[in-house]
Design a protein around this ligand. Structure first.
Ligand code: ADP
Ligand code: ADP
Length: 229
């Protein structure tokens, strides 16, 4: 079974004033296979964040359906949500929490029993073990982004979704984040990432769907896409 299955997904945002609202997703269908790194590539405004926000339960779809790890987002949002970890674009944590506290707090929110928590292991995975007791506000931008990845993995989801993981970061940090995403995938996590950098999708992903103006205009292996270009 696919890790994620999306069928005829439509999102029309509510209109402001006269005229219809913005049609952000115009009948999107695709499957994300298990085990790989799947790229959702498209320009700004294509509908990538809308799609992720629907999967995350943050935006209500207009019509269509989606399953995450076999759980339908209408019938079983609770299990669907537990099957994904989301790394948002914005860095969001309490500046006076330490990385260890950020992860323990997240584990608490998910009801992960103490004996099953693995905050230290996660900090090691994202190369932040030596920062466990530093205030989050003192971390570099790269460290904060790595902490966000660890936070998204606290409840051990089989699928990790990253929304524009390297937007606005420098070349060196981009490389570090690519390496980390690859490491997480090698540990068995299915990865989905959105990006507007073709280079990023080519470098990281084994499969790429291209989305433009709310429609999927290509969905191929990276090799097939590169050979077409
Ligand atoms: P992307 O992530 O690919 O840049 P988005 O999903 O953010 O694209 O946006 C898709 C379209 O929907 C854009 O035209 C955007 O302006 C519009 N849009 C996004 N969020 C809202 C919203 N909350 N209300 C109205 N329109 C929105
Ligand atoms: P700074 O902004 O101070 O450079 P970073 O967050 O970029 O801090 O990195 C902190 C440390 O973690 C660096 O020594 C870097 O080499 C190491 N590091 C970051 N990512 C990785 C990785 N994927 N694999 C190994 N070491 C890493």
């Amino acid at each position: 079974a696919p890790a994620i299955s999306i069928r005829d997904l439509v999102k029309r945002y509510a209109a402001e004033g006269k005229g219809p609202g913005k049609l952000a997703l115009d009948g999107v269908s695709f499957d994300v296979p298990q085990g790989g790194i799947f790229g959702l590539l498209g320009p700004n405004g294509a509908g990538k964040s809308t799609l992720i926000n629907i999967l995350a339960g943050l935006v209500r779809k207009t019509s269509g359906s989606a399953e995450i790890w076999g759980f339908d987002i209408d019938r079983d949002m609770r299990n669907a949500k537990r099957s994904i970890g989301i790394v948002p674009q914005e860095i969001v944590f309490d500046p006076f929490f330490t990385p260890f506290e950020v992860l323990e707090n997240q584990a608490g929110l998910y009801g992960v029993p103490r004996a099953m928590r693995r905050s230290m292991e996660l900090l090691r995975d994202v190369h932040l073990a030596d920062k466990r007791d530093a205030y989050a506000r003192t971390l570099s931008g790269g460290m904060k982004r790595r902490l966000l990845i660890a936070k998204a993995l606290v409840h051990q989801p089989p699928v990790l979704i990253l929304d524009e993981p390297t937007a606005g970061v420098d070349v060196e940090l981009r490389r570090q984040l690519w390496e980390l995403v690859t490491e997480m995938n090698e540990q068995g996590v299915t990865i989905v990432l959105t990006t507007h950098y073709l280079e990023e999708a080519e470098e990281l992903c084994d499969r790429i769907a291209i989305i433009d103006q709310g429609k999927v205009i290509a969905n191929k292996t990276t090799r097939e896409l590169v050979e077409m270009a």
